[in-house]
Ligand binder design. Sequence first.
Ligand code: GUN
Ligand code: FE
Length: 459
Amino acid sequence: MGGSGDVRGRVLRGTFFHAPSPDGFECCADAMLVIDAAGAIADVLRAGSGEHAALAADESGQVMRLPEGSVMLPGFVDCHVHAPQFPQLGLALDVPLETWLMRYTFPLEARYADLDFAARAYGQLVDDLLAGGTTTALYFATVHVPATRLLADLCIKKGQRALIGKVAMDLDTCPDFYRDADADEAVAGTRAIIDHIRAHAGNSEGRVLPVVTPRFIPACTDEALEGLGQLAAETGAHVQTHCSESDWAHGYVRERHGMSDAESLDRFGLVGRRSIVAHANFLSGSDMDLLVQRGAGVAHCAHSNAYFANAVFPLRRALEKGLHVGLGTDISGGPSASMLDAQRMTVAASRMLEDGVDAGLPAGERGCRDSRVDMVTAFHLATAGGAEALDLPVGSFEIGRKFDAIAIDTEAAEGTIRLFDGSAPSDVLAGVLYQASRANIAHVWVDGRLVRSHRDAAP
Ligand code: GUN
Ligand code: FE
């Protein structure tokens, strides 16, 4: 691929797959994607059209062609990442959530008071996620305002689309060494991050957005939850939190507030169109209806739900109700930073939830009827579904969307993807999604800017 690899104001020619809706994908072979100067898709020219033929004859150099054996996918949207937990990926996933938080996670997050430590760890994280094809990430940072500013600055510098929140946690059940001193500090720190990100000179295109981030109800006073709800209403910022993750967290809110955590968050003004609740395993039918009514979204974290909740989020039921759903790695409650792994686990978990009626078992004896989803649905959720949940114009190759994309090299020396000769497009997509590894992710673009190339890929 010639030039710097940036495609703003140029045309990118190649084969792409996308899944704008949960139950179908489109393969467009040898398409021409016309990208405008701001990195948005201005036109999609399909092979066989007159405009396609005219551009194919263009020799001005504005058309960049992906090599044979490459396919483009929309960049992945990770709807739940704890940025500071990257250094403990895979650690202590066999203890209960509350033990894991107190013994491992809060002490690690407390280290981000040290900005040198934060710069190293956050730099590695953003590089790693971009290399894995995560073009958008919804990040929980830590309680610290300076380190959260640093994470925002890094995302702006490295070109990742990111939504970032200072974690608010002021309840005295959190350790003294790691919490906000009081509700005022939790709210003022959140406001400081909103102001920093919105006023940042390098962020005029708004690629990085601020997020109001109460950790979860068991970590916050009512005063902080109330202040954060008001701040979200005043600023229009996104909101993220954990909701109905484990029996323990879910039961705690019932004890304290006499209602479900979804209802309680709503009462504080924390459930709206730009709210994302992580996990949501134990939502009741009416909780789900409430989220649908508000237009809120769920970050489905299939890996960490298995480790910390012994549960499977009822994904199919949620989609049938019209709930917005995206996928989350939940670094480091989930042991993998890869959104390819998140898609694979989403399919596997849904199969484990399925009942045994087709095999002759009585209904209700095991599992739930009609739970399974396929890889196309998982791919949709990892791209267009996550984008919809976050209310962002990315996730598919449709006119008007921003060009956030990855190029997969199926013939990479370190990881050739085995495809049957003459494979149907659905088999190619399945082969790519199930077999691809980091080695196959040749190029990554955000807003039409090349933000990452694999060291072996042609420049
Ligand atoms: N609940 C509150 N904090 C956390 C966290 O860091 N990870 C997970 N998985 N659940 C949480
Ligand atoms: Fe989490």
